[in-house]
Design a protein around this ligand. Structure first.
Ligand SMILES: Cc1cc2nc3c(=O)[nH]c(=O)nc-3n(C[C@H](O)[C@H](O)[C@H](O)COP(=O)(O)OP(=O)(O)OC[C@H]3O[C@@H](n4cnc5c(N)ncnc54)[C@H](O)[C@@H]3O)c2cc1C
Length: 497
């Protein structure tokens, strides 16, 4: 039976739960299109990326890389005396990146687009309903879930009650510890490990897998591990963390095979996890026992419910959240347009009136179209960058993934040091280009570019994978001399089965 409306019930067109990167984009654009949108956020509007993720971590990396670059001047152009100082980094993060972890500017941005912000923790409360405390929002057109992820903290004996760091404490730190244990050798753990090491912290990375950066090509793992070791980072792989102790002397991490590591601080960087159990999914008949929300290629979870960003498990990156947000916006507006055409099963007059206005404004901007014109999500050419030094950019499949899929694989590899630009660069030339081709289709299905500008070099490779540019065409392109990306041409000529 439908519950009765009370004075704390509010009717809106769309409810967006979680205003991180993905949710804020969807909510803002739908509000700009003329829909009534409530955005619910329990913490800071903008989410993890601007306050504890991409932006502050890349500010830290920018500073750490400047230190490393200054150290490279020996033999190239003189000498430099360095006195690394964390204070300007902490100040920049506080003042420039995060406004002292204050989201007033983001809130104004959202309200300026016509959105309504509700602070608090929301959960689904049956089809078309989201509850925040006593208040229930009824969504006429849809609900968008953009609730992101939290750090995944492994159930290691003794860990739970210690003052361990996650990315949040690492980003907020004002005074650096003398030593740091980093549990987890993935992108976030390695980026932060290198930063702190370059500022003089004694860093040890402990990883359960047999190599760091295990989701990328083994050559990338080797290059990054070598660079971190050169920065003084101890890397221990194949260690199963069994127990943690914390006392006045700091942290001790015990491995299952009797290993022991101690440090002033412990950073847990063992991945991220969506907390589906908090969302009330059972009230709309969706399984909350999964790791991520299962979505189709238009980000539908179920009728009238969409998801966006990390919570979908399609890639925990800001660019994925933004890419998906564009699809969700187009699809929600398409639903509204179809409702205004009379196809709305609910037949609610107020919806049709509002929808007609939105639909005509969309038609005027050329944003509307038939259901078939809403783009479908395609992750074949999903780029990912690990911002270590060397930077590791990657797209599509690794060699192993391509072989596991039964593709007739060809691999092309070249070291940057054998390219003219790598040779000129002289130091910091551990990079490489690795291409993975489908020999039968004559196209690239994956690529890795590691090096001083690995993430930038990646862009051409993303186009190649995304557009399935024929290998013959890639070979006959002109690559500027002497750039790092010119090494792509060498790798193409090295392709062999
Ligand atoms: C250290 C670090 C570095 C990173 N660096 C990069 C990078 O360089 N490049 C890149 O592309 N990505 C990077 N990322 C990943 C990026 O931050 C995420 O992919 C992005 O923030 C995902 O956006 P989202 O909208 O899905 O979720 P989030 O940004 O996590 O936002 C979700 C929001 O939902 C809110 N919320 C959750 N549940 C509820 C609820 N029940 N009620 C109300 N509100 C709720 C949360 O408070 C949060 O604000 C990094 C992440 C970390 C941790």
């Amino acid at each position: 039976m439908e519950p009765e409306l009370s004075d704390v019930d509010v009717d809106v067109d769309v409810v967006v739960l979680g205003l991180g990167v993905g949710g804020e984009e969807v909510a803002g654009r739908l509000a700009e299109a003329g829909l009534t949108v409530v955005g619910i956020e329990r913490n800071l509007v903008g989410g993890e990326c601007p306050y504890w993720g991409c932006i502050p971590s890349k500010m830290m990396i920018r500073a750490a890389n400047a230190i490393a670059e200054a150290r490279r001047i020996d033999g190239l152009g003189g000498s430099a005396q360095l006195r690394p100082d964390w204070a300007p980094v902490a100040k920049r993060i506080r003042e420039e990146a995060t406004d002292n972890w204050d989201d007033r500017a983001a809130v104004q941005r959202f309200i300026g687009k016509g959105g309504r912000l509700v602070r608090g923790s929301g959960r689904l409360d049956g089809p078309g309903r989201v509850r925040v405390g006593d208040q229930v929002f009824h969504a006429r057109h849809g609900i968008v879930l953009g609730t992101g992820t939290k750090p995944s903290v492994p159930p290691i004996d003794g860990l739970a009650n210690t003052p361990y760091w996650t990315n949040r404490e690492a980003v907020e730190v004002e005074e650096l510890p003398g030593s740091l244990l980093v549990l987890g050798g993935g992108a976030i753990g390695l980026e932060l490990a290198q930063v702190f090491a370059r500022f003089g912290v004694r860093v040890t990375v402990v990883e359960a897998a047999d190599r760091v950066l295990a989701v990328e090509e083994p050559e990338a793992s080797e290059a990054v591990a070598a660079a971190l070791r050169a920065d003084g980072v101890q890397i221990r792989t194949g260690v199963e963390a069994a127990r943690v102790e914390h006392g006045s002397g700091g942290f001790t991490l015990h491995g299952a095979a009797g290993e022991e590591f101690t440090a002033d601080r412990l950073l847990v960087a063992t991945g991220r996890r969506a907390h589906l159990d908090e969302l009330g999914l059972e009230t709309i008949g969706v399984d909350a026992g999964r790791r991520y929300l299962s979505v189709d290629d238009r980000l539908h979870v179920t009728d009238g419910v969409w998801a966006v960003g990390d919570v979908t498990g399609e890639g925990a990156f800001t660019h994925v959240a933004m890419y998906q947000a564009a699809i969700v916006v187009a699809d929600v507006l398409d639903h509204v347009r179809r409702a205004s055409d009379g196809a709305d099963p609910s037949g609610t007059a107020s919806i049709v009136g509002g929808a007609a206005g939105v639909a005509s404004s969309l038609a005027a901007t050329g944003s509307s179209g038939s259901a078939g014109s809403v783009p479908r999500a395609d992750y074949r050419a999903l780029p990912r960058v690990t911002f270590t030094d060397p930077e590791v950019g990657a797209v599509g499949l690794t060699e192993q993934q391509a072989r596991e899929r039964g593709i007739n694989v060809q691999v092309g590899f070249t070291k940057l040091s054998s390219s003219t630009r790598g040779w000129i660069h002289q130091t910091d030339d551990e990079g490489f280009i690795k291409l993975v081709a489908d020999a039968d289709q004559g196209v690239l299905v994956g690529a890795t570019s590691a090096g001083p500008a690995g993430g930038e070099v990646l862009s051409g490779l993303v186009v190649a994978v995304h557009a399935a540019v024929p290998l013959a065409q890639l070979r006959h392109m002109i690559y500027a001399y002497p750039t790092f990306h010119r090494a792509i041409s060498d790798a193409l000529h090295n392709l062999t089965s």
